[in-house]
Design a protein around this ligand. Structure first.
Ligand SMILES: [Fe+2]
Ligand SMILES: [Fe+2]
Length: 367
């Protein structure tokens, strides 16, 4: 697809001969994806031969009632795993349900920004989730159980229901097993490209925190607390507006204050969660605190931050730096550690060194 194995920003081809409709979709998606637009079937076929897209949004007119070359192209075995969304009027549904199905989703005019984003995100994530079926069982179970739990958590928060902590920690059992077996690359490699960014970040933090904890001798229930705490560390982001969460440019002051509030939102969720543990609270409530008092929300400093809070801060930053988003490349791990090393007033450098050694030992620092 492209030469960079770490590349996860999806490439989308829009095929539509109506300039207004084409640009409408392009504008919504271009902030989050690599988008190429085409007004002609031959041009898109040439582009597909050159570089396979991750998703195609084709207008019903371009399918010419099932006679167009793009309609046939859908059956190309090389494109089997590429989701095709058909855009158009209600009549476009013939390509989804009836004769000539094989198209995956529908985008009906007039387009709403939300519908475009939702259909595209779901299609891309679904595709990634399908690939999990072919993984070794433990990696597959880890990804499926934590994603399912994350979706349950999201619904609970939406409906203002308390979280089920037992369900959250059960969903992390396969992750802990993977860490105990020292076999976690399948998890980190196969979560790339999933479009639920908060889930991706949370599972990566859960995985790195557990790897780190295991390396310093944390085991059994305490290791499960690290994994569960990592998965739940940013639950407050589920109430942060998407436009703040996914903004590609620098946040203004109001947006930054709104972003920082996710920690208070997480605290409220923990307050409502029966049997919440102190370890989970520390990970969620203190992962943005810094040793010099420059962090948030409380500006805790020095000895007020225990080892768990210090580890969480390191892992959270490392996870964010090494994650790719539509608006930024992933930093190679070595470069992320250089940045962590420069934060000597803010992060516990002894722990940074241990974390670095652990990842290096697992071959996770190779570019
Ligand atoms: Fe956070
Ligand atoms: Fe985070």
């Amino acid at each position: 697809m492209d030469g960079n194995p770490n590349h996860t920003v999806s490439s989308i081809y829009i095929v539509n001969d109506d300039r207004v409709h084409r640009e409408e979709i392009h504008l919504v998606l271009s902030h989050l994806f690599k988008v190429s637009s085409f007004d002609d079937n031959n041009a898109v076929l040439e582009a597909m031969a050159e570089s396979r897209p991750d998703l195609v949004i084709v207008d019903e007119r371009m399918l010419e009632g099932g006679k167009g070359c793009l309609f046939d192209k859908r059956k190309d075995p090389d494109l089997k795993s590429v989701p095709f969304i058909v855009s158009g009027l209600a009549s476009a549904s013939q390509y989804i349900n009836g004769e000539g199905s094989g198209f995956d989703r529908l985008l009906i005019r007039p387009f709403s920004k939300n519908a475009i984003l939702m259909q595209v995100s779901d299609a891309i994530s679904y595709n990634i989730e399908q690939k999990w079926e072919n993984l070794p069982e433990l990696a597959m179970t880890t990804l499926q159980s934590t994603l399912g739990e994350f979706q349950d958590i999201s619904r609970a928060i939406e409906e203002n229901r308390p979280l089920d902590l037992k369900a959250s920690s059960n969903s992390c059992q396969p992750l802990v097993q993977s860490i105990n077996d020292q076999n976690f690359h399948g998890i980190l490699d196969n979560i790339r490209g999933h479009h639920n960014y908060t889930y991706v970040h949370s599972l990566r933090v859960a995985t790195y925190l557990s790897i780190f904890g295991h390396a310093i001798g944390i085991r059994d229930d305490d290791l499960l607390t690290l994994a569960t705490g990592g998965l739940l560390h940013d639950v407050g982001k589920m109430v942060t507006p998407q436009e703040v969460l996914n903004k590609s440019s620098k946040l203004d002051e109001t947006e930054w204050q709104c972003m920082k509030q996710h920690v208070e939102h997480s605290s409220k969720v923990y307050d409502q969660t029966p049997d919440i543990t102190q370890g989970i609270r520390i990970i969620g409530e203190q992962h943005h605190e810094k040793l010099d008092g420059s962090g948030y929300p409380l500006g805790l400093k020095g000895k007020e931050l225990n080892e768990l809070a210090r580890m969480s801060a390191i892992v959270d930053i490392f996870g964010a730096l090494t994650d790719e988003r539509s608006y930024k490349e992933a930093f190679p791990p070595e470069m992320a550690f250089e940045i962590l090393g420069e934060m000597s007033a803010q992060l516990d450098q002894r722990l940074v060194g241990i974390f670095r050694d652990v990842l290096e030992g697992h071959g996770a620092l190779a570019a």
